[in-house]
Ligand binder design. Structure first.
Ligand code: F6P
Length: 367
């Protein structure tokens, strides 16, 4: 009987609960025992009551619940060898030899490192008398399957990450609310949105709300006097009769020299150059909270079903898979390749190769 652990890691994302629910229920349907690992990798390191066998009824009502009900953490101990040894020991003592991890690229990289170290961890545990020879023989291989749960939509090799669409909805609702007060006072608003080093949320929110200007990390303004360019655009819109100005700035926005573009700076420009009464709104964690949109519930469910299938067909030699989505189809590709491509975006940005960054991020939006 296959024993599969499921955990959520990194920043929570709407839809993570739908993942856990689907892994539990589909896993049970396929005759597996499913264990929820509470508090992300921290729970794996701590073991004990943090690892709980799940029954069908345990995930009742989870589809519509935001965040992650099994908790998440950015775990330091798992980054150490001793932490991973402890985690391996806890998996073995619970009989778990497969892990489905829902998280961002850092969490998934951690999972793959853990898998690649597995034989060495096992050997060390055996040498230190922490596991028996029999256990060693039984748990020769660890299977890891990744699901990308992140509002940022910053993972390469998948079109969309679990939680991003909900977050985008939340941003749009907020910008719509801001629009009515902006219109009333004829004001300008600079809205800062999340996304870490990825501009997807900002760009899509700009399109969906008809923002006047958007700043994203992957394509900084090419002009030296971008402040003037932005003001000209805002001014032109005002001359067309628009009573509000909305500028959306990604939290990771930069200029072409890689200096951060901050919302307060944009506010000062709009105030000083155009005389606009300007406010800054940082949407913050409202963007991550709340019930998942239907799309994220569906995406999380069908990807998690595929994750269980991937565990069941995994062989010791096959690379850890990442479940993604491409052209509206569920995909299953090598996890590390996706992580490498994701890191290549950051590399391209740091080398000021913005066209490459955009292409790597999403070929759709390349020049
Ligand atoms: O990765 C999700 C995210 O919300 C990013 O958009 C943001 O930069 C970061 O996490 C915030 O992290 P924290 O919740 O730890 O402040």
């Amino acid at each position: 009987r296959k024993k599969i652990g499921v955990l959520t890691s990194g920043g929570d994302a709407p839809g993570m609960n739908a993942c856990v629910r689907a892994v539990v229920r589909y896993g049970i349907t396929k005759g597996c025992d499913i264990f929820a690992i509470y508090e992300g990798y921290q729970g794996l390191v701590d073991g004990g009551s943090f690892i709980k066998k799940m029954e069908w009824k345990d995930v009742r009502g989870w589809l519509a619940v935001g965040g992650t009900s099994i908790g998440t953490a950015r775990c330091m101990p798992f980054k150490t060898r001793e932490g991973r040894l402890q985690a391996a020991q806890n998996l073995i003592s619970n009989g778990i030899d497969a892990l489905i991890v829902c998280g961002g690229d850092g969490s998934l990289t951690g999972a793959d490192v853990f898998r690649s170290e597995w034989p060495g961890l096992l050997k060390e545990l055996k040498e230190n008398g922490r596991v028996s020879q029999e256990e060693c023989d039984k748990f020769q291989h660890l299977t890891i399957v990744g699901l990308v749960g992140s509002i940022d939509n910053d993972m390469s090799s998948t079109d969309i990450t679990i939680g991003a669409v909900t977050s985008l909805h939340r941003i749009c609702e907020s910008v719509d609310s801001i629009s009515s007060t902006a219109l009333s006072h004829s004001r300008a608003f600079v809205v800062e949105v999340m996304g870490r080093h990825c501009g997807w949320l900002a760009l899509m929110a700009g399109i969906a709300t008809g923002a006047d200007f958007v700043f994203i990390p992957e394509r900084p303004p090419s002009e030296d006097d971008w402040e003037q360019v932005m003001c000209d655009v805002a001014q032109r819109h005002r001359h067309l009769g628009k009573r509000k100005t909305v500028i959306i700035v990604a939290e990771g926005a930069i200029d072409k020299n890689l200096n951060a573009i901050k919302a307060d700076y944009i506010k000062d420009i709009l105030t000083d150059k155009l005389g606009l009464d300007t406010r800054v709104t940082t949407l913050g964690h409202t963007q991550r909270g709340g019930s998942p949109a239907a799309y994220d519930r569906i995406l999380a469910t069908i990807q998690s079903v595929e994750a269980v299938e991937a565990v069941l067909r995994a062989t010791p030699d096959s690379p850890s898979p990442l479940i993604g989505t491409s052209n509206n189809k569920i995909t299953c590709g090598p996890l590390m390749k996706a992580v490498e491509l994701t890191h290549a975006v950051a590399e391209a940005i740091s080398q000021k190769n913005f066209a490459r960054a955009m292409e790597l991020r999403d070929p759709q939006f390349a020049d």
